[in-house]
Design a protein around this ligand. Sequence first.
Ligand code: C2G
Length: 148
Amino acid sequence: MSVLGQRPDRTVITYGTFDLFHYGHVRLLERLSRLGSRLIVACSTDEFNAKKGKASVVPFESRAKVLEACRYVDRVIPETNWAQKRDDIRRYDVDLFAMGDDWAGKFDDLRDLCDILYLPRTEGVSTTEIKRLIGASCVQRRVAAAGR
Ligand code: C2G
């Protein structure tokens, strides 16, 4: 492993929905980008999210475009199922698989293929919370409008 400037010469991969892209996502990608020379992000498709029981506000195409525009990200691929991780790690010659620690231990079975790392989540921000706040402000505005 040669050192390129500050970043080790290795490929890092992570997976996620990245809906309503926020500082928590940015901070994760920034930290991952320092752990290797290439960061691949697998972005969950809308169909896969439906299987996960999740409905994202922002459609896949737009979420993928936002990730591609992020300077920490080198490549975006679609995540369409749970089982693709092993193939992705082999196909992209991945050295490090990393996720936020809300997934701690969930992907240890991949340790035979590459290093595994779970990074502390960023506290105080989440897509769920943003959705809740938007919902709350919509209700407030409707109530205010009704009261006029
Ligand atoms: N994250 C974080 N801090 C936050 C919110 C999210 O570090 N405040 C991290 C999560 O831990 C995850 C990544 O950002 O590693 C993307 O989070 P989600 O979009 O919620 O990902 P999820 O829908 O859980 O999809 O196959 C795995 C799945 O695709 C993960």
